[in-house]
Design a protein around this ligand. Sequence first.
Ligand code: C5P
Length: 211
Amino acid sequence: KKALVIAIDGPAAAGKGTLARRLAAALGLPYLDTGLLYRAVGRRMIDAGLDPATHPADDQARGIRLADLERDDLRVPEVDRAASLVAAQQAVRAILVDTQRNFAIAGGGVLDGRDIGTVIFPDATVKLFVTASTQARARRRWEQMAPDLEAPDRAARIAEVAAQLQARDDADASRAVAPLRAADDAVWIDTDDMTADEVLDEALRIVRQRT
Ligand code: C5P
C-alpha cells in the first residue's frame, strides 16, 4: 500500500503551517515544515557572516539535520530573507531533497512548503494549494508577531508586513529553480474568509475524497 503523502504549498503566511499541523494530528501522520530547512541554512549563513545573496550555501545545507529545525531563532525577519535567498540556489535545493523524501517515503506524512507537490512529491496522494490575499496574510502575521490590536500605528505596520511578504512571494515565484506554483492537480483553498477550523474541515473532506 502506498504511503499517504499530503503536499501543502502556497505563499508565505497563508495558513499552510496551521493547516498542516492540524491535518497531521487528525490523520496520525508526521509533519515536516520544509521552510524550516531553508531557514536553518539561512541562519547558518548569517551566523557565519556570509551573504546568502552571493555566497554558495552548499556547505551549510549539507550539514542540516532535523534536530537543527528546533532552533528558536529561525522565524525572524532577517532569516525570512536569507532563507528565500538560499532557496534560490539550485545546489542547496538538491542537497535538501533526500531529507524531505526520506521523511515521508515509508510511513507517509504531511509536508508544507513551495515545491512539495511539484518537485518533492509529484505523486503525493493529495496536493493542496493554500492561498489568501496579501492583506489577510499580513494582518494574521502581524497579529502573531505583535498581538497589540490597539497600536496606533497598526495599519502602517501591517502595510509594512504586506510589502515584505509580497517581496518574498515575488522572489519565490520568479526564481528559476522550483518556483512557488500550484501543481496542475492541486486543489486550491483560499483561506481569506475561513477560520482555521473551516480550513481543516475542507482539507479533511478533500483527503477523504482521494483515499
Ligand atoms: O515557509 P517559510 O516562509 O518558512 O519558508 C521560508 C522560505 O524558504 C520561503 O520564502 C522560500 O524561499 C523557501 N522555501 C522553499 N521551498 C519550500 C519551503 C520554503 O523554497 N518547500
